[in-house]
Design a protein around this ligand. Structure first.
Ligand code: FMN
Length: 190
């Protein structure tokens, strides 16, 4: 990155809901990053289609994934980013299932940097930062340590380091929270 160029922030929202707490938090975060001069690219998983890794090892050799889905555009955005801002809801201490698919699909980077056919100069590489914003309702006694470990492992294999964790457990939560009333239970008044 040149001295004058704006920082290229890739803002990934890992929620399966288009208008949930994570999406609303990501809106504010994008505004904040832009106000600080960053050039923000936003990628919302809720609007994408990403399959899970099938462990085919097709990426061992040409370091690209054979699965043609929306992960392909995310690879391009990751390659261009100076930093990643990750907004991620906690599901039972870890990532959502949908977001775990994204994390597993970082495997081509592992193959390029670390795997048996790696062709990457890791010694001279400058690792890029990931800032993780953790969204959750709270009240779960098990915390979110597994989420941190999984993000560190997956993005670490792609040449990033976990620079900061912003704990937003409890932020924006509430019974009337938009979107949660769309599917009332049978027999419920609401
Ligand atoms: C299956 C499931 C598991 C959850 N597990 C946790 C948890 O372990 N800790 C927590 O703080 N919140 C937990 N939550 C609450 C969500 O993190 C919270 O509702 C969050 O706002 C979801 O993100 P969204 O609003 O962007 O969809 C869970 C929600 C679901 C549906």
């Amino acid at each position: 990155m040149s001295e004058d160029a704006p920082k290229r922030s890739l803002l990934i929202c890992g929620s399966p809901r288009t208008s949930g707490v994570s999406a609303r938090y990501a809106d504010l975060l994008a505004d904040d990053l832009e106000a600080k001069g960053a050039s923000v690219s936003r990628w919302d998983l809720a609007r994408k289609n990403v399959a899970g890794c099938i462990g085919c090892e097709g990426c061992r050799g040409d370091f690209s994934c054979i699965i043609e889905d929306d992960m392909q555009e995310l690879y391009a955005l990751i390659d261009m980013a100076d930093e990643i801002q990750l907004v991620c809801p906690v599901y039972f201490s870890g990532p959502t299932g949908q977001f775990k698919c994204v994390l597993d699909r970082l495997q081509p980077y592992w193959e390029r940097r670390i795997g048996p056919c790696a062709c990457h100069d890791r010694a001279s590489e400058v690792k890029r930062p990931v800032v993780l914003h953790v969204i959750g309702a709270g009240g779960d006694p098990f915390g979110y340590e597994p989420l941190l470990t999984i993000v560190k492992s997956a993005f670490g294999s792609a040449g990033f380091f976990l620079a900061d964790v912003v704990d937003r457990i409890g932020w924006g939560q509430g019974f009337e929270e938009e979107g949660k009333m769309l599917f009332p239970r049978k027999g419920s008044e609401r």
